[in-house]
Design a binder for this molecule. Structure first.
Ligand code: ADP
Ligand code: 5GP
Length: 194
C-alpha cells in the first residue's frame, strides 16, 4: 500500500489564531511542509520574504496569474494572495504532507481540486474576543481591524464547507485538537492506495 501525502487546509478569520496554531503543528510535526504563499500585501514588521510569504508587487502577481503559476488565488482584504502550484507539486514529489494557511475562498478551490484535502476551520470564541486579539497583536490599524471584523462575520458562514472546526479559546486545548485531527487523518484507511 502506498500512502498519499495529505493536503491540510487551515482557514480562519484574521486574528483567530491560525498562524499560532499552524506554527505549533509544524513544530510538533516537523515533517509537514508549510506552503509559503505569494502576496501583494506589504510585509508586516518581523515578516521575512520566502519564510512568511513571497512578497511581490501587484503587477508581478498579475503576471503570475496569467502564467498559471497558482493552484488557487484570491483577493483578501484588498490584496492578492495565492498558493504557488510548485508548493503542491514539491510536496507530492517528496511524499510530504503540506499545510496551507489560506482564506475560505482559497479553501473552497482546493477542496474542489483535491477531494481528500483535510479542511480545518479555526473559529474565535467570539467576535468580541477576535477584535481584542487583533488590537493586542498590534500589527494592523484600527481601520484595518474594523474591516477584518466585517469580513470575519462573512467568513464564519463558510465553515460549513470544512471537515473540522476548532474553537480557539484555550490555546493548549486548541493545539491538542489540531494535533489529534492530524494524527487521526494519518490513520485513515481511505487515504491509502490499494
Ligand atoms: P491569525 O493568524 O489567525 O491572524 P494569530 O495567530 O496571529 O492569528 O493570532 C492573533 C493574536 O491572538 C496573536 O497575538 C496571538 O498571540 C493571539 N492568540 C492566538 N491564540 C490565542 C488564544 N487561544 N488565546 C489568546 N490569544 C491567542
Ligand atoms: P494576512 O494578511 O493576515 O497574512 O492573511 C490574510 C488572509 O489571507 C488570511 O485569511 C490568510 O489565510 C489568507 N491567505 C494567505 N495566503 C493565502 C493564499 O495563498 N491563498 C488564499 N486564498 N488566501 C491566503
Amino acid at each position: 500500500m502506498k500512502e498519499k501525502n495529505l493536503i491540510i487546509v487551515l482557514s480562519a478569520p484574521s486574528g483567530a489564531g491560525k498562524t499560532t496554531l499552524c506554527k505549533a503543528l509544524l513544530k510538533k510535526f516537523p515533517e509537514i511542509l508549510y506552503s509559503v504563499s505569494c502576496t501583494s500585501r506589504p510585509p508586516r514588521k518581523g515578516e521575512k520574504n520566502g519564510r512568511d510569504y513571497f512578497f511581490v508587487s501587484k503587477e508581478e502577481f498579475e503576471k503570475m496569474i496569467k502564467n498559471n503559476e497558482f493552484i488557487e488565488w484570491a483577493k483578501v482584504h484588498g490584496y492578492y494572495y495565492g498558493t504557488p502550484l510548485k508548493n503542491i507539486e514539491t510536496a507530492k514529489k517528496l511524499k510530504r504532507d503540506i499545510v496551507l494557511d489560506i482564506d475560505v475562498q482559497g479553501g473552497r478551490k482546493i477542496k474542489k481540486k483535491f477531494k481528500d484535502a483535510v479542511m480545518i476551520f479555526i473559529s474565535p470564541p467570539s467576535i468580541k474576543v477576535l477584535k481584542e486579539r487583533l488590537i493586542k497583536r498590534g500589527k494592523d490599524s484600527l481601520k484595518e481591524i474594523e474591516k477584518r471584523i466585517r469580513i470575519a462575520k462573512l467568513e464564519m458562514k463558510e465553515k460549513i464547507f470544512y471537515d473540522y472546526e476548532i474553537i480557539n479559546d484555550d490555546l493548549k486545548e486548541a493545539k491538542k485538537k489540531l494535533f489529534s485531527i492530524y494524527i487521526a487523518e494519518k490513520c485513515k484507511i481511505r487515504r491509502k492506495d490499494a
